[in-house]
Ligand binder design. Structure first.
Ligand code: SAH
Ligand code: SF4
Length: 357
């Protein structure tokens, strides 16, 4: 894996006849393209799915003619939806070139609940983590900013919530978001814009496997989302075994990038740790993890995710007693730990499986 080379998937996503997706354009872009009416208003029409009719924005004749001449108005279409017992829906969405991505819609089970949407940034993933179903697919291509925003709008229009004030977004679907940072960041710009969904940046989390160059770049960008880091191992030897990215950016470089992030007083990191039976789940692993975290072991979120088993990986979920013991060990060091049973397990095992099938 050489992440410094220009890779074929760095090419922009194919968009109809070279036209950009209308859903990735900011008001200033619409204006520059010659919008005949108020560009802020047109942006609002595109970006507020609760006001749409039949899954598409109501634009009016003028706006429609303008947009059809300069942009691509197609949206990712939901072509498979499976609801699990806990209310989570796994959705497979088809893009304009027929490729598929996965989005997960997770309402909290109360009336007028908040919804967390887990969104994709790439078709497949280049990082090759050996426990991950998306990793086993390899990389097909990046999503464009318009496709990233389009998946949020399509799913909101079909399943809610009816207002964006109840929406939380996590880039934890298919792909490594920092491997497609330009499009991901433009999408965040659109999603946080006050004339559109207006989602506060602190309700958007970007999860990374530890692409240090991307963390350093994102640290300086505005609007800046929250950061989640997938650790999944407590030593370089072990981490390089399951996460090839660690051979390029090891735990020391990753730790240095987090120190340079410039965490604000109201910001926390989220650390994710997939528990793999017999691989990274001993008490010694827990102790090493705390040592690596150092000052970050307190006041941040540590999520333990028991391995979601699937055909593309040999790893198994540890026994319940081991999961508890690992969690207790971390708590004894003062960590704030949550064991995250992946939601929607009964409908489909792991992330990426719905699309691969
Ligand atoms: N590429 C990014 C975001 C997508 S993966 C990243 O790696 O952070 C989202 C999360 O799913 C990561 O924390 C990853 O470690 C976890 N994950 C991948 N495969 C899994 C599996 N089989 N079981 C449980 N979690 C898994
Ligand atoms: Fe890619 Fe994340 Fe899966 Fe690793 S865990 S292969 S970075 S999607």
């Amino acid at each position: 894996m050489n992440l410094n080379n220009v890779m074929p998937w760095d090419a922009p996503a194919p968009e109809k006849a070279g036209r950009p997706s209308a859903f990735g354009l900011l008001p200033e872009d619409l204006k520059a393209l010659g919008c005949p009416n108020d560009a802020n208003h047109l942006f609002s029409l595109l970006q507020r799915p609760w006001a749409w009719k039949e899954g598409a924005p109501k634009l009016g004749k003028d706006n429609l003619a303008f947009l059809e001449s300069v942009a691509d108005l197609s949206l990712p279409g939901i072509d498979e939806s499976i609801e699990s017992l806990d209310g989570t829906r796994k959705l497979a969405l088809t893009l304009s070139d027929g490729r598929r991505i996965e989005t997960v819609h997770m309402p909290r089970v109360v009336k007028n609940a908040r919804v967390t949407m887990c969104i994709s940034s790439q078709v497949g993933c280049a990082m090759g983590c050996t426990f991950c179903a998306t990793g086993a697919m390899g990389i097909q291509r990046n999503l464009s900013a318009g496709e990233i925003v389009g998946q949020v709008l399509s799913v909101m229009s079909a399943l809610g919530p009816g207002t964006s004030s109840r929406l939380t977004l996590v880039f934890m679907g298919m792909g490594e978001p920092l491997h497609n940072l330009d499009h991901v960041h433009r999408a965040i710009h659109v999603l946080t814009h006050s004339a559109g969904l207006c989602i506060p940046a602190r309700r958007i989390t970007v999860s990374t496997s530890g692409l240090v160059s991307g963390i350093e770049k994102l640290a300086k960008l505005k609007p800046r989302p929250l950061l989640a880091i997938s650790l999944n191992a407590s030593s370089d030897t072990a981490r390089s075994r399951t996460m090839p990215v660690n051979k390029v950016w090891n735990l020391e470089k990753l730790r240095a990038a987090l120190d340079s992030w410039g965490l604000r007083s109201n910001e926390k990191f989220t650390f994710e740790y997939v528990l793999l039976a017999g691989e990274n789940d001993t008490d010694e692993d827990a102790d090493r993890l705390v040592a690596w975290l150092g000052a970050l072991s307190k006041g941040h979120n540590l999520n333990l995710i028991p391995m979601n088993e699937h055909d593309a990986s040999e790893f198994c979920e540890p026994a319940e007693a081991r999961i508890q013991a690992f969690s207790d060990r971390l708590k004894s060091h003062g960590c704030f730990v949550t064991v995250r049973r992946s939601r929607g397990r009964d409908v489909n095992a792991a992330c990426g499986q719905l699309v691969k099938r």
